[in-house]
Ligand binder design. Structure first.
Ligand code: AMP
Ligand code: MN
Ligand code: MN
Ligand code: MN
Length: 284
């Protein structure tokens, strides 16, 4: 049997809510044996040129990547795009539009936190932001840890930044149709990120996968840092049921916060088509 390709097709840099530069991520990925790598910052492709150069400097193969925030049935869902043309104007305009609401949302989050006695959170979060267009909940979480309100970022999310909590602001992101269309218009593949993370009923999840397929989506993350081992098997079956290719990615954000290291996840379960087989002509 041949050794499966070590592909890590999901991680974040300082261009969104990661703490490492694209160069440091590439070096870390290579150090862990990654052979094919993609940087997938949230709603932003501004780091991709550096990522490609860094991947090649490390001797890794490379795919363009992004993780787009969408709203589906009142929940935030993430759609990963891989292998697109990063100069495509439809995709670039769509991503700019998606980033657009983040500033006002962050100020509202700060107001909500002020009501429970946490002051200056907007300014505090900004200190952690690497890209002024991409202020995210993660940056607020880092500020609340730094200021001693919580011990770790997961505690901040649980107590302050998730639905019903003081710093949570409901937000309408792009639609599923838009995100899939932007990615495919740019020649890339749309992939449902970490499906086990959403809180859909079985019927709602079925609707997500059915509509996604209908718009031209082609892949699903099966082995990801956000899934448990039993969930690999569950979404391997979903991939087969819907005729989707399977992806693998750590979703690495930071050496201090991420439980899953770049390139260290198990291989995809057998019987699946890896997304990189369908994307072979897009690999750089
Ligand atoms: P945003 O796009 O501003 O809503 O921020 C979403 C990001 O917050 C995700 O991409 C994760 O990096 C992070 N995140 C979401 N939920 C949690 C959690 N429970 N613990 C730690 N980080 C989280
Ligand atoms: Mn993130
Ligand atoms: Mn995500
Ligand atoms: Mn991610």
């Amino acid at each position: 049997m041949t050794t499966p390709l070590n592909a890590d097709l999901h991680c974040h840099s300082v261009v969104s809510d990661g703490t490492l530069t694209p160069e440091a991520l590439a070096e870390r990925a290579r150090g862990n044996g990654v052979e094919l790598w993609a940087l997938t910052d949230h709603d932003e492709i501004g780091g991709l040129q550096r990522a490609r150069e860094a991947a090649h400097a490390q001797g890794m193969k490379y795919l363009t990547g992004v993780e787009i925030s969408i709203t589906f049935l009142n929940q935030t869902v993430h759609i990963v795009g891989l292998g697109f043309d990063a100069d495509n104007t439809t995709l670039r305009d769509g991503l700019r539009q998606t980033r657009g609401g983040r500033g006002a949302r962050a100020m509202e989050m700060s107001d909500g936190l002020a009501k429970v006695g946490i002051h200056g959170a907007y300014e505090g979060a900004l200190k952690f932001v690497g890209n002024p267009e991409l202020i995210s909940r993660t940056h607020f979480a880092r500020f609340l840890v730094e200021s001693g309100v919580c011990r770790e970022t997961s505690e901040v999310f649980r107590k302050y930044l998730t639905e019903g909590k003081p710093g949570f602001v409901p937000h309408r992101w792009a639609t599923l149709k838009d995100a899939v269309t932007w990615i495919t218009a740019a020649g890339g593949m749309a992939i449902i990120a970490h499906p086990a993370r959403y809180k859909f009923t079985p019927n709602e999840e079925y609707a997500l996968f059915t509509e996604f397929k209908g718009y031209g989506g082609q892949g699903v993350e099966v082995v990801t840092g956000s899934h448990s081992v039993p969930e690999y098997q569950i979404y391997a079956e979903t991939a087969k049921e819907f005729g989707l290719a399977a992806s693998r990615g750590s979703d690495f954000h930071s050496p201090d916060e991420s439980h899953t290291e770049l390139g260290t996840l198990p291989a995809l379960p057998s019987g699946l088509t890896p997304v990189w087989e369908l994307l072979s002509s897009r690999i750089q």
